[in-house]
Write a protein that binds this ligand. Sequence first.
Ligand SMILES: CC(C)(COP(=O)(O)OP(=O)(O)OC[C@H]1O[C@@H](n2cnc3c(N)ncnc32)[C@H](O)[C@@H]1OP(=O)(O)O)[C@@H](O)C(=O)NCCC(=O)NCCS
Length: 185
Amino acid sequence: MTILTTLRLRLEPQDHAHLDGLNALNSDPEVMRYISGRPETREETRAIIERVKARWADVGYSWWTFFERDSGAIVGAGCVQNLRREASPHPDPEAPMELGWRLRRDRWGRGYASEAAFAMGDWAFDTFGPAELLAVCEPANTASSGVMKRLGMRDLGLQRWYGQEMATFGIGAAEWREQAAARRV
Ligand SMILES: CC(C)(COP(=O)(O)OP(=O)(O)OC[C@H]1O[C@@H](n2cnc3c(N)ncnc32)[C@H](O)[C@@H]1OP(=O)(O)O)[C@@H](O)C(=O)NCCC(=O)NCCS
């Protein structure tokens, strides 16, 4: 279970101690608009945290909670996980790895999602050595595809993931390393 630290955020593997903050995030209909389309109940958030904890224990990657370092507040969540072709809760370990993110509405427009995603991507490439990392979103979710573009990902067009046509972006290990090196200068 790996904690990642960026300039403004601390990414902690999700835990039951984060229930209030994560449920506040996932019960905002605007945040969930292009995810499940409906707010999450407290019980659902609790069950998801349980599954996420099991994934961390089983495979060593899953969802983090984003804490704002200045305030200590929970401001978002993000993941490294395997994509799924269908809308099933069971990940397919053979499927490509994806990066995912969501932020509290009052923290949009500050660069937090990209900042966290750079750290999650660096960690995923360094730790697991995948050939590529993908990210997917509903085609209308231009805020999310904006993050993908900021990460230097290429537009791979519409592909079927999670049982629906998703805008799909990706980046190979070599390209990621090049732009990671440029980020550090
Ligand atoms: C998708 C989502 C995380 C994107 O959030 P975001 O704040 O737009 O993305 P970033 O954190 O990368 O921030 C980039 C924005 O912050 C601005 N910004 C301000 N200060 C910045 C800084 N210091 N560094 C970088 N960007 C900064 C950028 O200019 C950009 O704004 P723009 O899009 O108006 O040009 C957010 O819209 C969200 O949570 N949506 C709901 C959940 C969701 O749909 N998740 C994705 C499911 S696939």
